[in-house]
Design a protein around this ligand. Structure first.
Ligand code: CTP
Ligand code: CA
Length: 223
């Protein structure tokens, strides 16, 4: 009966989804960031909501609209994203789709950095950002299901499995984001589902279809 249109197998379940990039300020007018449209994360939040879940979507800066029927929390920096995700616990499932900047500028300038003719460009001292997926995967209030993505340009399966172990996730959806694949910024995706006891190759499909397939898996695991 879960297959009937309108079935709500995730009614009463709480989900947290991260999406989009983070922006890490250099000064008030400049930032460093990852490439991310937010399309896959937003689609997953929408798919979980369609199955009846109570969804908190923690999103970095994106240009796409928020799906209706999710609670959206907009953040800029990785540390803000981590704080919003932790504040949204407890939850039954967390899906970390955001392309979190791995580093922030150690001390962002309070005023715009000016060019100084004749002087070398300013050096940027970086500090490592918190790993949000790892934090949630090892949290005292860990959701029953913790799922991450792995954006790779080589050794997709091996790197994805290493992330599963390191971050304490139940599943990693690994994708090849090499420029030649055209995945980045597009509407389609091709992922490998890496679980504790095996790997499944999903064919290339729309990001909405990846979201529906993942939401169905989550519903099956939580029922
Ligand atoms: N992630 C996170 N917080 C971070 C970095 C990554 O929550 N600071 C999450 C991403 O949302 C994704 C997963 O971890 O679900 C893997 O992200 P990825 O960038 O592929 O992995 P990293 O551990 O950062 O490794 P690297 O970038 O060096 O490949
Ligand atoms: Ca990273």
């Amino acid at each position: 009966e879960e297959l009937l249109a309108g079935a709500k197998p995730l009614a009463g379940k709480k989900a947290i989804v991260t999406s989009g990039p983070t922006h890490e300020p250099i000064d008030p007018v400049r930032y460093i960031a990852n490439r991310s449209s937010g399309k896959q994360g937003h689609a997953i939040a929408a798919a979980l909501a369609r199955l009846g879940a109570d969804v908190t979507l923690v999103s970095g800066p994106v240009t796409i609209p928020a799906p209706s029927s999710v609670r959206i929390i907009r953040v800029e920096r990785a540390e803000e994203m981590r704080d919003a995700v932790v504040a949204a616990l407890p939850a039954d499932v967390a899906v970390m789709v955001a392309a979190v900047a791995d580093w922030r500028v150690a001390s962002a300038a309070g005023n715009k950095i000016k060019k100084r003719p004749g002087e070398a460009p300013p050096p940027l001292q970086l500090a490592e950002n918190p790993d949000i997926l790892k934090t949630i995967g090892h949290h005292a209030s860990r959701p029953k299901l913790v799922i991450g993505f792995a954006a790779e340009t080589e050794n997709v399966a091996a790197n994805g499995r290493a992330k599963l172990e390191r971050k304490g996730a139940d599943y990693i959806l690994a994708n090849d984001v090499s420029p030649a694949t055209g995945i980045m910024g597009g509407d389609r995706n091709r992922v490998k589902l890496i679980g504790r006891d095996g790997t499944e190759d999903w064919p290339e499909m729309g990001k909405d279809e990846v979201a529906d397939k993942l939401a169905a898996l989550i519903a099956a695991k939580l029922s």
